[in-house]
Design a binder for this molecule. Sequence first.
Ligand SMILES: *Cc1c(COP(=O)(O)O)cnc(C)c1O
Length: 361
Amino acid sequence: MKRVYNFSAGPSMLPLPVLEKAQKELVNYADSGMSVMELSHRSGLFTDIITGAEQLLRDLMNIPDNYKVLFVQGGASQQFAMVPLNLLTNSKKADYVNTGSWSKKAIKEAKKYGDVRVIASSEDENFSYIPEIDSSMIDPEADYVHITTNNTIEGTAFRNIPDTGGVPLVADMSSNILSEEIDVSKFGLIYAGAQKNIGPAGLTVVIIREDLIGGAPESCPTMLDYKTHSESGSLYNTPPTYGIYIAKLVFEWLTELGGLKEMEKINRKKAELLYDFLEQSNMFRSPVKKDSRSIMNIPFVSPSAELDAAFVKEAKAAGLETLKGHRSVGGMRASIYNAMPTEGVEALIQFMKEFEEKHAQ
Ligand SMILES: *Cc1c(COP(=O)(O)O)cnc(C)c1O
């Protein structure tokens, strides 16, 4: 069987044991004579899947009891609207940090609902760093502060979670959830599209502190109200059942691996290998400031667009897929999420070495 190392930013690699288990269970899940895709979302078997998935996630992330876990649809992009629809409802003021393309989209959407202030931005330097945030920058009356913890396109990540005092912190964690240990209690709300570190596209995970549920106005569409999903255990309507099942398998895989502490160690090691190589390379370099570098998405550039194009093409032929950088940044980008094995990163580095020798002037 031919499997490539897929460096896609999303949808991205899934752990092979997860795919194999899903394959084994595909046509006859738990002796039901059906696939999970064919099971009623109200059946006992599916109830076990969704409650099991939630419990595994709670244990992995050490989610406190006063937080709800919601499985919804619409992607992280729908959260750009759901967050202000539900939370921008008291002072109608929110503070956003602009660290890249996804932050910008979140800001644009929130502006439809209230008074949005950008309290810090790294746009002045092409989003190549994470700006300093201190509590004096935050409006104490704001309904919430929004950050993007890992910037998938630009390859930056918050090293320290800002202290927002009494103002709830909302985080788009789409591209780094489950990659390292975090203290959930520092956040009011965390959301993530599944297709990077959780499972297939179509599922979105929301972790929300209970006191932030129930503030949406009457006019809020039922499906966009966190209360709807919280009160129904994410079963108000048919949830993305197969996505939740695969997420559960991913959570089991992570648990068996040793949880987030172990996953973080592996992820730091993988990123260090690649950054160390970039540091000494005569051809490739990272465009991101050292103290702001992501361990999930690692952009790098060569001296010319021609070399970039040759690199992406030759890498693909060598079984290293989807290394082209985002159209807004150019160059290359290696997304090395949880499911990317260390061997994949080593293979990439070996290939970069050979490419560098071959194309040296
Ligand atoms: C991928 C991504 C999104 C968009 O997710 P969708 O599920 O496609 O809407 C938003 N924010 C971040 C940080 C992402 O990486």
